[in-house]
Write a protein that binds this ligand. Structure first.
Ligand SMILES: [Zn+2]
Length: 435
């Protein structure tokens, strides 16, 4: 699928706004020196990456373009057989935000066919250059994808005074192209958008630290990533470390130092992006059944898969009359009163992505409703919502109110490792920058 000449020029011009010619060719030299002219060194990096991760029971997720898969299919299959998870990183490594929907749809279809023909699983997607839009996300959903991981959250962990003005400028310029949300104002957890699970990736990544800040110091890399991880643990969020396997031997030590510590911490759920997406969907779809007992109590019944944690927020210290697990695995309890301990959404409020994202993030159970008196709290459709707005409404909700734990089995945070496979040998790299 060759691009049209006009598309090719627009893509090239766009890339040159973030990379000077000098930088591109310095990078080409680095790539040639680091990997040579065959795929063998990249293959070795991928194998070592997966082996190291397997020793900690971690499954890394590697988005790869379909054109690389068709050229290096045997390597990708070998790495999949070693236990890695793959996702589609476009048909080619181009900025899809500059292509129309029809072109993107065609690329998706062709990429899906190629992955299927090679027997490589592909439930997820990551946009090249992390450039996406709602329209593109909708097309992913229509094409049967389950998750995407292209939104970006940035942590302010870089000690800028340690770098030159040029390095800082290069760092900021690439950050600008990602349209990243600052972690101070954004919550780092997945969200359901257009039926897709969107999983945010974390920056600074290896590219920003090693190439833009020109820092390969292992202690510094560890310090940055560990600061990000500590804040995720504190706020009970997810950290998706986005890395590029071509630099594996530069970040191997700090990455696995961090992963070792995370694996030893029972509060941390180490998961692949596919596992995170499945979990978030399961939790999003969790719906208990309610029945009124006739004696002033409400029976609440929900299936337990052993991983979902249900927390109850009480008005006082009153506990339920009983709570037990039935033979079929359902959990049953009775709560006082006949008010449903969940959030009612009225007037189309359930279609508001901000509101639903906020409820999902905090673990509130909700359903479409029309009678305010039946729900612990009712939220009506508005033109806009902000997080503080929703939190204020929930703080005034009647109790008891049920909430779901954010991560499986009571874990406090989730950690995933993912690496974009953008080129495997130096010829792939040249093809990529030539458009
Ligand atoms: Zn990429």
């Amino acid at each position: 699928m060759s691009p049209r000449p006009g598309d090719r020029m627009r893509q090239l011009l766009k890339r040159l706004q973030t990379r000077s010619f000098g930088r591109v060719f310095r990078r080409l030299y680095t790539i040639a020196k680091r990997y040579g002219f065959t795929a063998s060194r990249y293959r070795e990096a991928l194998k070592t990456f997966v082996d190291d991760a397997a020793s900690l029971r971690i499954t890394p997720t590697f988005p790869v373009t379909a054109d690389l898969l068709s050229k290096h299919g045997s390597i990708i299959k070998e790495i999949q057989d070693l236990g890695a998870e793959f996702a589609i990183h476009g048909y080619r490594h181009i900025d899809y935000s500059l292509t129309d929907a029809a072109t993107f749809g065609r690329h998706l279809e062709k990429a899906g066919e190629l992955f299927a023909a090679h027997g490589v699983a592909h439930a997820g997607f990551r946009f090249p250059y992390l450039k996406m839009s709602d329209e593109h996300l909708r097309l992913l959903s229509e094409n049967g994808f389950s998750w995407d991981s292209s939104t970006v959250i940035s942590w302010d962990v870089v000690d800028e005074q340690a770098f030159t003005a040029v390095q800082r400028e290069n760092y900021r310029r690439i950050l600008d192209t990602y349209s990243a949300s600052a972690h101070e104002t954004a919550i780092s957890v997945p969200a359901i958008r257009h039926g897709m699970v969107e999983i945010p990736v974390a920056v600074p990544d290896d590219d920003m630290i090693v190439e833009r800040l020109e820092c390969s110091d292992e202690e510094t890399i560890y310090r940055y990533w560990n600061a990000m991880f500590s804040s995720v643990l504190e706020h009970q969020e997810s950290l998706v470390l986005q890395l590029h396997p071509e630099r594996f031997f530069i970040f191997r030590e700090p990455l696995f130092r961090l992963l070792d510590e995370a694996a030893a911490n029972s509060d941390v759920w180490l998961a692949s992006l596919g596992e995170i997406a499945d979990w978030w969907r399961l939790r999003h779809q969790f719906r208990p059944q309610f029945s009124r007992t006739g004696n002033g109590e409400l029976e609440v019944r929900y299936p337990l898969d052993g991983r979902i944690t249900v927390c109850w927020m009480h008005a006082d210290e009153t506990r339920f009359s009983f709570e037990h697990r039935e033979a079929n695995g359902d959990c049953v309890c009775r709560i006082p009163g006949d008010v449903l301990p969940i959030v009612g959404l009225a007037g189309g409020a359930e279609s508001d992505a901000t509101l639903v994202g906020c409820l999902d993030a905090e673990g509130y159970v909700y359903e479409t409703a029309d009678r305010e008196s039946e729900y612990a709290v009712m939220i009506e459709k508005r033109s806009t919502y902000d997080t503080a707005d929703v939190e204020e409404r929930l703080a005034r909700a009647r109790r008891p109110l049920m909430k779901l734990g954010r991560w499986p089995s009571g874990c406090r945070a989730a950690l995933a490792v993912t690496g974009d496979i953008d080129c495997i040998d130096v010829f792939d790299f040249f093809n990529r920058i030539a458009g």
